[in-house]
Design a protein around this ligand. Structure first.
Ligand code: B12
Length: 229
């Protein structure tokens, strides 16, 4: 078995300390973090998801595997996020009220940080109002919310309503959420995975920053022209 296969297997068993050691070794062998994420950790989570659905594993096993996945993500984070990136915008992130799933959210955080976005993570089980309060407090224009349960996704509608009052944009995601649902609740963006969410929001801030700097340049030119007259 190679490193990737071993990591995938041990994650399914929730063996955090074994995974830690294997990831360290794999990285020493120059296996890229991205490859470990996409070809070992994600397939393991998908397989846990299938086994959970088919009643082959139960909440305690899934919980332990989830913890091991978060340990693995913490180990990969430094390789996936370059510290010296220029900061392009702020995002408030969290999992909605009633929902404790955080692996997808944590992945969104890493991918967004990897694009130079400053992420303020509120954790799980977050009240709708808290997303907006935090966005106001830190001066973030974008709120990102995750929901994994059909019974909690409706919280997003409330977040969108409160966010609109404060002129904030909302991106939604998580397994039960879709583009159709985005349209239904009037959210600004939807992405199916973490990498896509980071692309979308980085693109949003980059185009905003570009038009702001063009406006600033034009203003400076106008005042220079006026003082020359
Ligand atoms: C791990 C897990 C758990 C763990 C969570 C551990 C943790 N730290 O997160 C534990 C054991 C705690 C758990 C509990 C429960 N779970 Co659970 N869980 C899962 C499981 C197996 C995997 C989820 C996961 O982490 N996937 C891996 C990550 C990477 O994928 P992801 O979260 O989908 O994220 C991706 C995208 O969705 C997207 N994304 C995610 N968030 C965001 C946010 C934004 C802004 C954007 C743009 C994108 C985005 O990007 C990620 C990929 O890049 C899923 C099965 C599944 N197929 O999803 C069930 C699942 C979600 N759970 C389910 C259920 C029913 C429960 C429980 C009710 C079980 C119970 N009887 O107690 C409880 C609910 C607890 C609660 N109140 O939240 C059901 C939900 C059914 C439904 N449609 O509502 C599922 C689908 C399993 C099933 N088939 O029945 N669960």
């Amino acid at each position: 078995m190679n490193y990737l296969e071993e990591i995938e297997l041990y994650l399914q068993q929730g063996r955090a300390s074994k995974i830690k050691a294997l990831i360290a070794e794999a990285m020493e062998q120059q296996i890229p973090a991205n490859k470990i994420l996409l070809h070992a950790l994600m397939p393991a989570m998908a397989s846990i998801g299938r086994n959970f659905r088919d009643n082959k594993v139960f909440v305690p096993e899934v919980l332990i595997a989830g913890k091991a996945m978060n340990v693995a993500l913490d180990l990969l984070r430094p390789s996936l996020v370059k510290e010296d990136l220029p900061k392009i915008g702020k995002v408030v992130l969290g999992t909605v009220k009633g929902d404790l799933h955080d692996i997808g959210k944590n992945l969104v955080k890493i991918m967004m940080q990897g694009k130079g976005l400053e992420v303020f993570d509120l954790g799980v089980d977050v009240e709708a109002q808290s997303f907006v309060d935090e966005a106001e407090r830190v001066g973030a224009e974008v709120i990102a919310c995750s929901a994994l349960l059909t019974t909690t996704m409706h919280e997003m509608k409330q977040i969108v309503r409160l966010a609109k009052e404060k002129d904030k944009k909302v991106i939604i995601g998580g397994a039960p959420v879709s583009e159709k649902y985005r349209q239904h609740i009037g959210a600004d963006f939807y992405a199916g995975d973490a990498a896509e969410s980071a692309e979308l929001i980085a693109g949003y801030y980059n185009s905003k920053n570009t038009s702001a700097s063009i406006t600033k340049k034009n203003r400076m030119k106008d005042s220079a022209d006026k003082s020359a007259e």
